[in-house]
Design a protein around this ligand. Sequence first.
Ligand SMILES: Cc1cc2nc3c(=O)[nH]c(=O)nc-3n(C[C@H](O)[C@H](O)[C@H](O)COP(=O)(O)O)c2cc1C
Length: 228
Amino acid sequence: MDVFEAVESRASCRAFLDRPVDAAVVRDLIGRAARAASSGNLQPWLVHAFTGEPLRALVRQVGAALPDVDPRELAGGDHPVYPEPLFEPLRRRRLENGLAIYRALGIARDDVAGRRDQFLRNYTFCGAPVGLFLTLDRRCGPGQWADVGGYLATFMLLARGHGLATCAQASWARVAPIVRPLIGLPDTELLVCGIALGHPDPDAPVNRFHAARAPLAEFARLHGFRPE
Ligand SMILES: Cc1cc2nc3c(=O)[nH]c(=O)nc-3n(C[C@H](O)[C@H](O)[C@H](O)COP(=O)(O)O)c2cc1C
């Protein structure tokens, strides 16, 4: 697979087959993704990977500890996933994306319980056989956040090279106080996001959804290039 194919075929996968991923492949991905660029070559990312019984135990324990409220309304997460309030055009993009996912799943707009259940699937890593967390020393700043983003993107694209699918999950940051003691994460480390990793379930309706992108003119300003 070349880099263009990897970029083209990567999409957030929210349903996985019950099929393990070889330990050597996971190690290879974690190690190779560290080829990502980072400012000053700081390589500030920290990776915590779970599979098998440790993953099942974690998902069980998180499930049992989740409060009855919608996790999207939980306070005290490791970082706010979105700016508050969200502004245009970001607000519109988020809204349209959410509506399109629920439409693909046949969950009605006013089906609060259905939406909550779908959101809670985040806390099972969407059934993936491998779940990872990316964390960062709290002393780090925006530059290192960007570096972790680079690691995340590189990891997700490399996974395509192994025929695997991923979903980045900032939703884990919302429940960091629950996760922290379960994985022995010190207070000095901030939970940036989770990553679900595995073989995509081709029959799951949620995986047939393809997120739209804004047209180039909406986000790029080109200077000195001849017009198309
Ligand atoms: C840092 C980050 C955090 C994300 N968190 C979540 C999440 O918690 N749950 C989820 O279902 N998708 C999550 N996503 C996936 C985005 O919703 C997805 O990338 C976006 O809708 C574009 O779709 P695509 O990845 O299929 O192209 C996240 C993506 C990124 C980059």
